[in-house]
Ligand binder design. Structure first.
Ligand code: URA
Length: 261
């Protein structure tokens, strides 16, 4: 059947089934609907149904991510569950699932936003330019990469490194939370506003949050001390802010030493 013979409702349904859940530009790629189609109550209700369908799809993906996580008791099982999860369309455009890297018993977990091109190619978080800067920052603060655990809010690269959608974060968050439960860190260092907003459930800017202590409660009821700071990619673009991230890492290190020696 030709596309031009379909109603706008059928076209929207077709896109939904194909996994399309966002628009990526201002201009339509298809001939625009005729004036009568745009204004008919049928077109309006088709759009409403499509929006409801999307919301339902996101809710059901969140539910299945949570259900999956509930039965998982090791990081390796979780890695496999994330790799075989099909509820997030980002997986379709990614080359690798980037689950996490480092010491599974680490006292401190560092969380970024999402894999970039290098991480997507290799399957390991923070191995590109941001990762090199992060390694240097960690070393300068007396923390070795192999003693910490590093992961991201999203395990798949958003195309073109765009900012993650709220729906993508919502679907993937249960996996990150389970990862934190299983590692059970005492400290969490969040890099960047998207990751801080997602984990701390706030809309505050990273400039306001950085350098302050927050708490995150794991499923065992214990809390981890959380410090948020700028993302290394932002520091590469804005080197004048590096001293603030440096101060944040020293703050983290000082607290770890004071509490545990
Ligand atoms: N940026 C991130 O947020 N995470 C990575 O793994 C790499 C770059």
């Amino acid at each position: 059947m030709k596309m031009e013979n379909l109603t706008s409702e059928q076209i929207l349904e077709w896109y939904l089934c194909a996994g399309v859940d966002e628009t990526c530009g201002e201009s339509p790629f298809m001939p625009p609907p005729s004036a009568s189609e745009q204004t008919t109550p049928a077109a309006v209700s088709a759009l409403r149904r499509a929006t409801t369908g999307l919301a339902q799809a996101v809710n059901s993906a969140c539910r299945s991510a949570k259900d999956l996580c509930a039965g998982i008791n090791t990081l390796e099982e979780l890695r496999q569950a994330v790799e075989s999860f099909d509820g997030c369309a980002l997986k379709l455009t990614a080359s690798h699932t980037v689950f996490g890297d480092g010491n599974p018993h680490a006292r401190v977990v560092l969380i970024g936003e999402a894999p970039g091109a290098d991480e997507d190619r290799v399957g390991i978080p923070f191995v590109g330019r941001s990762g090199h800067l992060l390694d240097k920052m960690l070393a300068a603060a007396g923390l070795e990469r192999k003693e910490v655990y590093i992961c991201n809010i999203l395990p798949w690269r958003p195309p073109g490194n765009r900012t993650p959608l709220d729906s993508e974060v919502a679907v993937c968050l249960p996996f990150l939370k389970r990862q934190l439960d299983l590692i059970d860190p005492d400290y969490i260092f969040i890099m960047g506003g998207s990751a801080a907003n997602a984990l701390l459930e706030t809309a505050e800017t990273i400039s306001k949050m950085r350098g302050k202590w927050f708490e995150y409660t794991k499923s065992n009821g214990k809390t981890a001390s959380v410090l948020a700071s700028f993302h290394p990619a932002y520091l590469l673009r804005t080197p004048g802010q590096k001293s603030k991230s440096w101060a944040d890492l020293l703050r983290l290190r000082a607290r770890m030493l004071a509490e545990n020696g």
